[in-house]
Design a protein around this ligand. Structure first.
Ligand code: CXF
Length: 361
């Protein structure tokens, strides 16, 4: 069928709204009519730095309604509300042991530009268009593997839910699935974007005693407070390591580092108490560490976490339930844009005036 999509013709080139062809869903696949899709930092990285092939249809935080199911799909039906998450093979040892975020084929399936059978589902005048994260949700419709689609509660506004498939799952999952802090612990979140603020909300959910948010934008810090931060620090004007040590009487138990800025990655370690753990979530170019001083001397650890170590089909419905119960108000992060305003959504995200832009298709 013909659909409407924002095509990225080449690295850094403006999105071009076009009518393109979408194949029928094959075995194990579904077609989704997208209602909305979040804009994530990784879309911007792919657009600007070209980490996936071009021409491509980006977008990987889609939410929509199942419109057709291919052969062999028994878990979803036409009319179901779904959130689209990252692609994973489902049969490697990591997928089978509950860690699809480190699927053996994660990079190939999400950034390789093709579906799991090596083919494309999108084309323009016979020319293949690359797929992003197995979904390419900057479009009116998408064909995806049923295993990457998560059925969600139809009572909740579907337009809000796309970011649960990536950014919000990443922040909340890092706390709830990986760090699992106990009550009475302290946790510092570096960076007050959608990922960081989701980590703040998750830390409040589990009852961390001290939740310290660090950012350089005062508006972000104010929002962090409203969402559960007990303390906020402005990284521009305060000595963060010193202040965290003061507030926590010696260093934090946990850190969630979302900025990817090398100096901040080091701060996240330096401000830990002995035996503390820092989860590295932000995409980081290269960081130089004094391994002895920053890690060994005090038994600290640093762990990398992708997509909150989540099993989306388990975790996303849990987040939706927390939202419904008023315990996880992630809607506070969302600013809606019309699909046609995609460039403005990207600019606002870059400038920091929108925490989580969501495009209505
Ligand atoms: C990405 C972050 C970088 C590693 C792969 C997954 N998540 C969302 O965009």
């Amino acid at each position: 069928m013909q659909i409407h999509a924002a095509v990225t013709p080449a690295q850094g080139e403006a999105f071009s709204f076009e009518t393109v062809d979408l194949a029928e869903p094959g075995g194990g696949e579904i077609r989704v009519r997208l209602v909305a899709t979040g804009v994530c930092h990784t879309d911007a990285v792919a657009w600007e730095l070209g980490i996936a092939p071009f021409p491509i249809v980006l977008g990987h935080e889609g939410a929509g309604v199942v419109e057709a199911v291919g052969a062999g799909v028994s878990t979803l039906a036409v009319g179901d509300h779904v959130v689209l998450s990252f692609a994973h093979c489902g049969h490697c040892d990591r997928c089978l042991t509950g860690h699809p975020t480190v699927c053996a084929d994660f990079n190939e399936l999400n950034f390789g530009g093709r579906m799991d059978d090596g083919g494309h589902r999108l084309s323009r005048d016979g020319e293949a268009l690359a797929t992003f994260f197995g979904q390419s949700s900057f479009a009116s419709h998408a064909v995806v593997k049923a295993g990457n689609a998560v059925k969600v509660d139809p009572e909740v506004d579907l337009a809000l839910l796309g970011p649960l498939g990536c950014g919000i799952q990443t922040g909340a999952g890092t706390v709830l699935n990986r760090l699992k802090p106990g009550v009475e612990t302290s946790l510092v979140v570096y960076g007050g974007g959608a990922v960081g603020l989701s980590a703040v909300m998750a830390a409040r959910l589990v009852g961390c005693r001290q939740i310290i948010a660090v950012d350089v934008l005062e508006e972000r810090l104010a929002l962090a407070r409203e969402l559960g931060a007990t303390h906020v620090l402005n990284g521009k004007s305060e000595d963060v390591v010193e202040r965290v040590r003061e507030i926590t009487a010696g260093g934090s138990d946990y850190a969630v580092e979302t900025t990817g800025v090398p100096a901040v990655v080091r701060q996240s370690l330096q401000a830990l108490r002995p035996l503390g753990v820092s989860a590295i979530v932000g995409v980081t170019p290269q960081v130089t560490l004094d391994v002895h001083q920053d890690l060994m001397a005090e038994g600290k650890s640093m762990i990398g976490v992708i997509e909150g170590d989540a099993v989306p089909r388990v975790f996303i419905p849990q987040l939706v339930a927390h939202y419904k119960a008023g315990r996880f108000p992630f809607d506070r992060l969302v600013t809606f844009y019309e699909f046609a305003d995609i460039h403005r959504a990207f600019e606002d995200s870059k400038r920091g005036t929108a925490v989580k832009p969501v495009l209505r298709m």
